[in-house]
Write a protein that binds this ligand. Structure first.
Ligand code: FES
Length: 505
């Protein structure tokens, strides 16, 4: 196996300046506090600020370095294959609302870019979902039929600019792609000022809801807000049980220079069991090809270099790529019923709102979350509110829901008994992470290249599952609800808000 060569950082992050928004240093009050500095939070913030509200965005790390900083950044209502299923499962009215809301989100992004004159490589492209074999063709044709019935700009094609043959594809015209950090950091600058704030390196630990307002408790100070919006990929508050209505999925992206003459024109995604996502982006030195794939449930694969390798192999074979400039991975919460959860946290909450379950299509769903949440807060009727109602009946009974519930149960119970026999830190070799049991305590231990051991509790600080090693990212990932921790136990990704306890021998 070839070793991985690309720079291990998202191209979007590497090609934009680091941010330096302030940390919350004293108690403040605003109309709306928004937890999470990605596309859903920023869209909500800017729309509320334009409507006259004061807002504060609170980001635990740096702005737009989470899922929104690691996306493929396709702004499209073509979500691989979904419309035939939605028509069958939900009927034409609800399927049409899904189509319309995602198209509206695409146009909202275009509107912000035009109004704010945002230099973010925004360009209109066609989006395609393709089948390489005849067996996959029926689903493509069904998708075209369903999309046309819903008024979407769809057609069936057999020819594309991809350098390999396909059996057929569904094509949506007039979709878009952009540089997500250039776009979102511009919005962040617009949010700040006139009584509104953007805070970085400030972790929200809890939100206490009172009769007429909320207290947002952070690791620094407290923010008092009339309304609170949680846009942290999976909500950091467990009250809405969103961790039981979704599952976390990781995927991998590589970036490589490509000759513009050889580059495909448009945004593509395959179909079937093993599929890849393809687009290009302008780079300072020319054009980068971005290929994504290798998806799996978080924590289920430890040798994650192999997932990168699969994506690289596809790029090598299909596009003749020799060397790679970038590689990064990301994850998103997949909703069991294909719909995101956007609205009130629980049926009983009056002032706390959430958005989650974007199922890997967060650029439009994050944007439509901001549009819908800002309307809900402003008391404006929004036709999408019922469809995406975050308190709707939980579809545990879907096949994916049942599988996930069983899988979480097995991890929660079964992982505790694995390897309970005594082991020692000396069994952990250089560059490797391993679960070891010392004095009955389950530890996640990593030995760095210099030979030093970094050992932390293996019990996830969210709800107590046992974390699993992710070798390519050198992180401890929780297979239950997707929290991730560094080798030093520091939270990298929620829903956990507390670090793993450092082991003191
Ligand atoms: Fe929920 Fe780990 S993320 S138990």
């Amino acid at each position: 196996m070839n070793s991985l060569t690309g720079k291990p950082i998202s191209y979007w992050i590497d090609s934009t300046p680091k941010t330096s928004f302030p940390t919350l240093s004293n108690d403040i009050a605003v109309d709306v506090a928004i937890v999470g500095g990605g596309i859903a939070g920023l869209t909500t913030a800017i729309l509320l600020k334009r409507a006259g509200k004061t807002v504060a965005i609170i980001e635990s790390q740096k702005m737009v370095t989470g899922v929104s900083g690691h996306t493929t950044a396709k702004v499209t209502s073509l979500h691989q294959l979904i419309y035939a299923d939605l028509l069958q499962d939900l009927g034409i009215d609800k399927a049409r609302l899904y189509a319309e809301s995602n198209q509206a989100a695409l146009e909202q992004v275009a509107k912000f870019v035009a109004e704010e004159n945002i230099d973010c490589d925004f360009s209109r492209r066609s989006a395609y979902t393709f089948a390489e074999s005849e067996q996959g063709l029926k689903k493509i044709e069904d998708e075209v039929t369903a999309a046309l019935k819903l008024g979407l700009p769809a057609c069936f094609v057999k020819e594309t600019s991809l350098p390999f043959a396909i059996a057929g594809a569904v094509k949506f015209d007039h979709q878009a792609q952009f540089h997500p950090r250039k776009y979102l950091l511009h919005l962040a600058q617009c949010v700040q000022g006139d009584g509104s704030y953007v805070f970085e390196d400030t972790r929200v630990l809890n939100v206490e809801e009172e009769k007429t307002s909320c207290q947002v408790i952070t690791d620094k100070s407290v923010i008092t807000a009339q309304e609170v919006v949680i846009t942290t990929n999976l909500p950091i508050l467990d009250r809405g049980l969103f961790f039981a209505k979704t599952y976390p999925k990781r995927s991998y992206i590589v970036g490589a220079k490509i000759d513009p003459e050889q580059a495909p024109e448009g945004m593509f995604i395959g179909s079937g069991e093993r599929y890849f996502s393809i687009r290009t982006t302008p780079d300072r030195n020319g054009l980068l090809l971005l290929v994504g794939g290798g998806g799996h449930k978080v924590g289920e694969i430890s040798k994650t270099e192999e997932q990168y390798q699969k994506v690289e192999d596809f790029a090598r074979v299909r596009f003749g790529i020799d060397t790679f400039d970038y590689r990064w991975s990301t994850q998103d919460m997949v909703s069991f019923d294909n719909l995101p959860y956007i609205g009130k946290l629980t049926p009983l909450s009056s002032h706390i709102y959430v958005a989650t379950g974007f199922s890997m299509w967060g650029m439009t769903k994050g944007t439509l979350s901001g549009m819908l949440l800002s309307d809900l807060i402003l008391g404006i009727n929004n036709p999408w509110a019922n469809l995406y109602d975050a308190t709707r009946a939980t579809p545990f009974a879907t096949s994916e829901g049942i599988k996930q519930t069983i899988s979480v149960g097995m991890h929660w119970v079964g992982d505790r008994f694995q390897g309970l026999e005594k082991s020692t830190l000396s069994e952990v070799v250089s560059g490797e992470g391993k679960l070891v049991t010392i004095d009955g305590e389950k530890l996640a231990a990593y030995r760095d290249e210099q030979g030093s051991i970094h050992a932390v509790s293996a019990v996830c600080s969210h709800l107590g599952c046992i974390v699993a090693w992710n070798s390519a990212e050198k992180s401890w990932d929780c297979p239950c609800h997707g929290a991730r921790f560094g080798c030093d136990g520091v939270v990298l990704h929620g829903p956990a808000v507390k670090d793993l306890k450092v082991y003191e021998p």
